[in-house]
Design a protein around this ligand. Sequence first.
Ligand code: ADP
Ligand code: MG
Length: 257
Amino acid sequence: MSKVIAIFNQKGGVGKTTTNVNLSSCIAKLDRKVLVIDIDPQGNTTSGFGIDKKSLDKSIYDVLIEGENIKTTIIKTEDENLDLIASNVDLAGAEIELTNRDDRELILKNAIDEIRQDYDYIFIDCPPSLGLLTINSLVAVDSVIIPIQCEYYALEGVSQLMSTIKLIKKSLNPKLEVEGVVLSMFDGRTNLSIQVVDEVKKYFRGKVYTTLIPRNVRLAEAPSYGLSIVDYDPKSKGAEAYMELAEEFLDYIEDVI
Ligand code: ADP
Ligand code: MG
C-alpha cells in the first residue's frame, strides 16, 4: 500500500519545503521507501537535498511537458530509502504550456500511477499558487498535509485553500482528504504562537498534529549545506521535532491501514 501526499498551502514561506524535505527524510530513516517530487519552479526541495538545480539532466518538467517516462527522471540520493524527482526554473513556463492540453490536470497523476507501487510514501512539494501545477498535484494525491505558520494571519487564505480542496474533491479527485495540519515556526515563549495553535485546532478539529515544529535556526541553515536536518544536526530541536512528526504521521496512517 503506497500513499501519495501533497504538502500544500498556496501561501509562501509557511514551511512547505522545510516540512517536505525533513519529514520525508525522517520517514526514510524510519525505513520506509520514499519518493519526493519537487513541483515548485523555485526548486528549493531539489537544492535542499543537495542537488544542483541548474545542471539537472532530467526533471519533472520533462515528465509534464515532454512526455518523458517518469522512471528515467528519478534521482537517487545519499539515503538509499529516498529518491527525488527534481525541479527548476524551467517549470515556470509549464503552467502556460499545459493550458491547451486536454489531459492538463491529469498528467502528473498518470505518471505517478506508473511508479506508486515502488514506494511506501510519495511526497509532492507544491508551489505557492493555485495554478495548474498545484491542481496536477491535488489530482494526483490521496491526501494533503497543510503547514501553517504560527504567525499573525495564520488562517488567512485557509478558507480559499479549503475551497480549492473541496472543488478538486468534487470534480477530479473524489478521494482527496486532509491528512493533517502541521504547525510550523512555533515559539512557545510568545502568546501569539499559543493563540495560533488554539485557533488552528478549532478550525481543523482533530486534524492538527500534536507535534509542533519550533522555530529553530538549524532548520533554516540545513538547506544551504544541501542536507536535511537529521543529517545536518540530528540533535537539534528541529531534528527532534521532525522525527517526532514522522513517528506521529506513521502511527496514524499505518494504524488505519
Ligand atoms: P515554503 O516552502 O512554504 O515557501 P519554506 O519551508 O521555504 O516555506 O520556509 C520559508 C523560510 O523559513 C525558509 O527560509 C526556511 O528556511 C525558514 N523556516 C521554515 N521553517 C522553519 C523553522 N521551523 N524554523 C526556522 N526557520 C524556518
Ligand atoms: Mg517552498
